[in-house]
Ligand binder design. Sequence first.
Ligand SMILES: Cc1cc2nc3c(=O)[nH]c(=O)nc-3n(C[C@H](O)[C@H](O)[C@H](O)COP(=O)(O)OP(=O)(O)OC[C@H]3O[C@@H](n4cnc5c(N)ncnc54)[C@H](O)[C@@H]3O)c2cc1C
Length: 543
Amino acid sequence: MSEKSHQTIVVGGGMSGLTAAAYLSKTGHDVLLLEKNKGCGGLLNSFQREGFTFDAGARSILNAGIIHPMLKELGIELEFLDSPVSIGIENDVINLDSKTSLDDYKRLLEKLYPESINDIDKIISKIEGIMKDMAILYGIDNPNFRDMKNDRAYLKELLPWLGKFIFALRRMNRQNEPVESFLEKLSSNQSLIDIIAQHFFKKTPTFFALGYFYAYTDYIYPRGGTGELPKAIMEKIIEKDGKIQTGTKIVKVNLSEKEVKDKDGNSYSFDSLIWSADLKTLYRILDTRGLDEKITRKIFEQKELLLSKHGCDSVYSMFIGVDMPLEAFSSISNGHFFYTPSKKGLGELHWSELDSLIENYETTSREQILQWLNKYCQLTTYEISIPAFRNPALAPEGKTGLVISMLFEYDLMKKVKDANWYEEFRIEIENRMLDTLSNSIYPGLKDKVIFQSSSTPLSIESVAGSSEGAIVGWSYKSPVPVVNNLRKISSSVKTSIPNVYQAGQWAYSPAGIPTAILTGWYAAKNAMKTKNEKKLKREKTEV
Ligand SMILES: Cc1cc2nc3c(=O)[nH]c(=O)nc-3n(C[C@H](O)[C@H](O)[C@H](O)COP(=O)(O)OP(=O)(O)OC[C@H]3O[C@@H](n4cnc5c(N)ncnc54)[C@H](O)[C@@H]3O)c2cc1C
């Protein structure tokens, strides 16, 4: 094969594309991964500034019974540190260090909402049930990443687990209802519902949202930052003779020629293609000329469906270096902290008021938007990550780096950008975030900031090429256009496009790092099968 012709081409070097390329190169498959950015990692990456390390994507990584066995199977050694979570509301903070910390959470809610003690009891017992199912789902190494044929000890563990797993999956699939309406059936206290649900994406399926109370105890953190994980996988791909070409943005997929073209006009041909990036982009750049009419129609229908859908919620993240020692923060919480400054909850501010702002943007004054922003920053939930809590070497001595983020609506940011006050708006947001935290959990924080920068939903869209700045694929606000049942995840990678598989957060919903990895793994297995089928066909013809 010529340098630019490969058995499999993977487009996108996020966790899904890297997983696919790692498994393909492990078996000696001829694979080329093409990534548009200078480095791989996509929505999982870290960066350095003035001696501080910040995680720009996911703040910690869920093991989910996947990360450890996958790395072992790939022969990758990477040191992980614990990454315990804390939850804080107003002045109360609890550390979720053990699986019994749900009791502390219950007590926290009872203290804040004494009028709803019975509702809290019902909600906590539902969360408990979901946590038990999550413990079954994630509590054992995922069989895809273990050698079931030869590892007898694992098999002994696996067999009794399988029965429990099937029942847990069934129960989970029945809890697909949006978390907000699920909670509304258990309580009429809107503040209580908001405080539990507002830091999840809008209309997140119940089992996925409430399952996070288990996930919080399953987070791990690579010693050098979350970006170390994709870096280690990249190195392994290269060691196994897989090829990675960064700085290569794919702008055309020609199906009849079975080739992709980059922005500089270079072509790369493939037997099979694994698309591990934004799916709307794939369907926009497909050239279907020369394909069978029936297939073309199917592709067109899928394109129409995908383009009518919106990406999931996005986030606004601020990265600050602070002239305060770690101890000033470690006396408050763990290094991964979900903090809500007010027990009041976002209420309609996050729903109808926001929708109305966006819909009537042209007739809304900047003053009104800033008033909304003010309230939003005071009532929302912040995800605060302090990398140096896990490893003090990630910040200069005596100083602390913080990543502070909140969910933020892409459509509002886009309107602001189109109206030419994006930079001004950014500063307004940063100031309000800092004011809110300085007036609540971190007194004096604002005065100690050495530097600050931020990433908006529009930055995410442009850096990761992710539609609407989505950080976990499709929005849950309308039916998702891809497989959304864990029992069927293996089929989520198939497309109606000949020789093309899809992987990553757009291929399966609800998404995140574990499902990005799983879909990458399934896509690789399919590409290997395509290769073997082709080889068999060739051998038959030769005979
Ligand atoms: C702030 C934040 C917090 C998060 N928290 C969590 C969490 O707690 N738990 C969790 O499970 N998940 C979390 N996630 C989500 C998780 O990081 C992503 O779902 C996952 O990393 C997606 O991986 P992916 O491979 O599907 O896609 P991506 O990471 O988006 O990778 C796609 C890659 O394709 C490249 N690309 C795009 N278009 C092209 C093109 N035309 N040509 C070439 N390359 C292209 C992009 O540059 C990118 O590198 C979080 C994400 C963010 C941003």
